[in-house]
Design a binder for this molecule. Structure first.
Ligand SMILES: Cc1cc2nc3c(=O)[nH]c(=O)nc-3n(C[C@H](O)[C@H](O)[C@H](O)COP(=O)(O)OP(=O)(O)OC[C@H]3O[C@@H](n4cnc5c(N)ncnc54)[C@H](O)[C@@H]3O)c2cc1C
Length: 414
């Protein structure tokens, strides 16, 4: 994180996050990667005791009244422990609670946000279905209005905390005859009868998060657990995409950082042809590229975080968030690729954690919306913005500034 962007309060919070990161036992990190631990509640309990989660929420609900810049900074620091730690830290406190803070009523905040931020309750977010994740509006999970409750039936896949969470934020169709944008609702679902974790995935990386397939079979969801308006799940989905994608991107930087650090130290000490390999430009330029990619990622993240704090135009935010997610995750993957490359064979072994970081970060461009979906959003928003800008004509039109600009017969478009 760039020092000059932080005020005193943020620096203090960063130090608290760093101290917490230092306190996590080495064995816990190894046990998670070996799938010996699923969903480490002790980690979240400790984070809750230290009031590190949800710092941007109002104090009355357990936050610190801080902002998005502070949130990204905390996510970056927690990411240092490993991508899955930041994910577990974020999924309940930064995603699920964000939805309840923005769209829930006071009873829901009291019951579900406060204890979660204290580390006493755990939550998971359920969007993806076995049928597909990219096409969110194709949701097939249904919640039928039965008068006193909703009857929930369906499945969700790859849910971090599927094993371990106490409650779930679930999107389900409540008006199957209506168009998708007007027929999905969002529910807070307790782990009660009819909620089962069916399948625990064998993952390439990011292990230990309890990623499971969840089955909801005739689950009675009380009416009080509808979040926001009936059939207006889209409003929640839209605001959730900010923590989902901005937070994911910020934590990717933190997760990639140790690989670049380790590679810097290694290449300074390791010798070949009688000299440190960092003296070869083929090596030091790769490290330079990696450092540049991490700092460029920080620039993108913190300017986007600032834009969210300033509440600039929602459509532009949508594009900035998607750009941040795509740019940062791909840049960090490249940075880790360089780190591993300059370490030669030893980088490919578990003598150093670089191989684990490499495996973990492969997920970054897949989850919370694939990077292809990010490109789709960027393109959509950009074309709309382009034509809107054309109408205002506040900037000079450079198209006529070409020697043959008037050659109308050459400007053929179809
Ligand atoms: C370890 C892990 C943890 C996860 N945690 C959670 C979680 O906690 N909660 C949750 O809800 N989900 C979670 N996910 C799910 C994740 O968000 C989805 O896997 C992701 O959104 C992609 O969905 P999919 O796997 O169904 O792929 P699909 O949607 O089937 O996509 C397959 C491929 O097709 C491409 N594609 C699809 N549509 C288009 C298009 N229109 N244009 C171009 N390309 C397209 C995709 O980019 C992708 O490359 C997790 C996944 C993993 C692996």
């Amino acid at each position: 994180m760039f020092e000059y962007l932080l005020n005193k309060e943020q620096k203090k919070l960063r130090q608290e996050a760093r101290d917490f990161v230092k306190s996590i036992p080495r064995q816990m990190i190894l046990d998670m990667d070996a799938d010996r631990i699923q969903f480490p509640k002790t980690f979240l309990r400790e984070a809750g005791k230290l009031n590190l989660m949800g710092c941007r929420y109002p104090v009355e609900w357990g936050g610190r009244n801080m902002d998005w810049v502070s949130t990204c900074m905390v996510m970056e620091e927690i990411g240092m422990l490993g991508y899955i730690f930041a994910c577990i830290f974020g999924v309940g406190a930064e995603l699920v609670c964000d939805a309840i803070i923005l769209h829930g009523n006071d009873e829901q905040k009291e019951k579900y946000v406060k204890p979660l931020l204290k580390g006493e309750l755990f939550a998971a977010e359920c969007l993806t279905e076995p049928r597909g994740g990219s096409d969110f509006f194709g949701t097939t999970t249904v919640a039928e209005d039965k008068g006193e409750y909703f009857l929930l039936n369906g499945q969700k896949r790859f849910i971090v905390g599927g094993e371990g969470a106490d409650y779930f934020l679930v999107y389900a169709r409540t008006d199957p005859d209506n168009e998708p944008h007007k027929s999905i609702s969002c529910f807070i679902v307790d782990r009660t009868d009819g909620v089962r974790s069916e399948y625990l995935y064998g993952l390439m990386g990011c292990r230990g998060g309890g990623a499971a397939r969840l089955v909801f079979e005739d689950v009675k969801v009380p009416k009080a657990n509808l979040l926001g308006e009936l059939n207006q799940g889209i409003a929640i989905f839209n605001t959730m995409m900010i923590p989902e994608r901005l937070g994911t991107a910020a934590m990717t930087i933190g997760a990639a950082n140790p690989a670049v650090d380790i590679a810097t130290g290694y290449t300074s000490k390791r010798k070949a042809f009688g000299q440190p390999i960092a003296d070869f430009q083929g090596v030091s330029f790769q490290v330079a590229e990696a450092v540049m990619l991490l700092d460029a990622s920080r620039s993108v993240i913190y300017s986007t975080a600032r834009a969210v704090d300033e509440q600039i135009d929602g459509k532009q935010i949508r594009r900035m968030i998607s750009q941040s997610k795509k740019f940062v995750t791909e840049s960090c993957q490249k940075a880790v690729h360089h780190a591993l490359q300059v370490m030669g064979g030893i980088g490919y072994t578990n003598i150093y954690p670089v191989e684990r970081i490499f495996r973990d970060l492969r997920l970054a461009s897949i989850w919370t919306g694939t990077n292809e979906v990010m490109s789709m959003i960027i393109a959509n928003e950009w074309y709309k913005e382009y034509w809107a800008n054309k109408k205002t004509e506040t900037i000079r039109d450079m198209e006529p500034v070409a020697a043959e600009a008037g050659a109308k017969d050459e400007k053929i478009f179809e």
